[in-house]
Write a protein that binds this ligand. Structure first.
Ligand code: 3PG
Ligand code: MG
Length: 395
């Protein structure tokens, strides 16, 4: 991949695809990690005299202009972090975008409105996507791909635009790929992966691939209940994907056959209902009462997971262990994070929710070797898939 150093950007219009998809509460950004991660590349380009045009998506407005998905609050925050004004275009590639770009001086930065307001951005029809890509490309002379969190999407701004303009990978994409490469090539052992999050169906591909690579696979979070059920346990009202039971039984067999230590919760916090203040008991994982639901891993599981991480040399963690948004049910996620912070291993936190959890729990970000900005993207990379946004940058 070409990098920023390979581009002569002075005085030129450079379109930067960033991932600025941050959680919002109204217009308040509740976690600005992805904006901060995007700053170095934008600053470097501006510092070299480029006219920087940033494009990004927010949420899933599905091709419609919906004000609650506007990037305007993000432009403000980006400006604060850069320490310079960020001009904001109120459309993506229309009259506002064109005049905003025209007014840009060397070293100045503009942000375009949410790419996903345009149906062409995500269209499955190549011609529709390419037509929109041509409009976007028309705003600029060069392209920098730096939206690591979106490189697994075959979208116009990610996949088609770099085929129309001279391009390079931004610093964030380069750094993320370097880390993921370390997780897939000549990995130091023991290699332990911790997976959580709500749905096992989101992780099927990565589990199948990891079972051929890791020494231990620790499973917590909502997806663990489908594994417990597959072992014949009752899970009460816990999250369950009935249609995945066969798949999961296959994983349990495969792990046993390959000698992978697949570790499941041994106890859980079983709550009466899904709420911050719901009463709960610690129960054995094989004895969840029918009228209860598991909202976090229990204390014995936290110790078990920590012991399985203690001698690891490489760790990848994706997905919370429980409903960390509720203080009462954040303990399992905190325990895993703390085990990683205390570890000598090369530790990588993958993705949106787990990265946000680390920050929400007030844990030191520098306690980890790397916190990725891409959840789906890092999982698909580890799954061994070709990521369209990386393939386009490599060409
Ligand atoms: C993310 O939040 O994972 C990335 O920004 C990609 O967003 P998407 O999952 O809506 O494509
Ligand atoms: Mg996502």
């Amino acid at each position: 991949m070409r990098t920023l150093d390979d581009l002569d950007v002075k005085g030129r219009r450079v379109l930067v695809r960033a991932d600025l998809n941050v959680p919002l509460d109204g217009e308040t950004i509740t976690d600005d990690g992805r904006i901060r991660a995007s700053v170095p590349t934008i600053r470097a380009l501006a510092g070299r005299g480029a006219k920087v045009i940033v494009c990004a998506h927010l949420g899933r407005p599905k091709g419609q202009v919906k004000p609650e998905f506007s990037l305007r609050p993000v432009a403000r925050r980006l400006g604060e972090l850069l320490g310079q004004d960020v001009a904001f275009a109120t459309d993506v590639a229309g009259p506002s975008a064109r005049s905003t770009v025209e007014e840009l001086q060397e070293g100045q930065v503009a942000l375009l409105e949410n790419l996903r307001y345009e149906p062409g951005e995500e269209s499955k029809d190549d011609a529709t996507r390419e037509a929109f890509a041509a409009e976007l490309a028309g705003l600029a002379e060069l392209y920098v791909g730096d939206g690591f969190g979106a490189v697994h999407r075959k979208h116009a701004s990610v996949y088609d635009v770099p085929r129309l303009l001279p391009h390079a990978a931004g610093g964030l994409v380069v750094a993320e790929v370097e880390v993921l490469r370390r997780l897939t090539e000549a990995t130091e052992r023991p290699y332990v992966v911790v997976l959580g999050g709500a749905k096992v169906s989101d992780k099927l591909g990565v589990i199948a691939n990891l079972l051929t690579k890791v020494d231990r696979l620790l499973i917590g979070g909502g997806m663990a209940y489908t594994f417990l059920k597959a072992q014949g346990y009752e899970v009460g009202g816990s999250l369950l994907q009935d249609d995945q039971l066969d798949q999961v039984r296959g994983f349990l067999n495969e792990a046993a056959k390959r000698g992978v230590d697949l570790v499941l919760p041994v106890d859980v916090l079983a709550a009466t209902h899904f709420a911050e203040d719901a009463p709960y008991d610690v129960v054995e994982a094989d004895a969840i009462p029918a009228d209860r639901q598991g909202l976090d891993i229990g204390p014995r599981t936290r110790e078990l997971f920590a012991s399985k991480l203690a001698d690891a040399r490489t760790v990848f963690w994706n997905g919370p262990m429980g409903v960390f948004e509720f203080d009462e049910f954040a303990g399992g996620t905190r325990a895993v994070a703390e085990a990683l912070i205390g570890s000598e291993a090369f530790t990588v936190v993958g993705g949106g929710d787990s990265a946000a959890a680390v920050r929400k729990l007030g844990l030191p970000e520098d306690g980890f070797s790397h916190i990725s900005t891409g959840g789906g993207a890092s999982l698909e990379y580890l799954e061994g898939k070709t990521l369209p946004g990386l393939a386009a940058l490599e060409d």
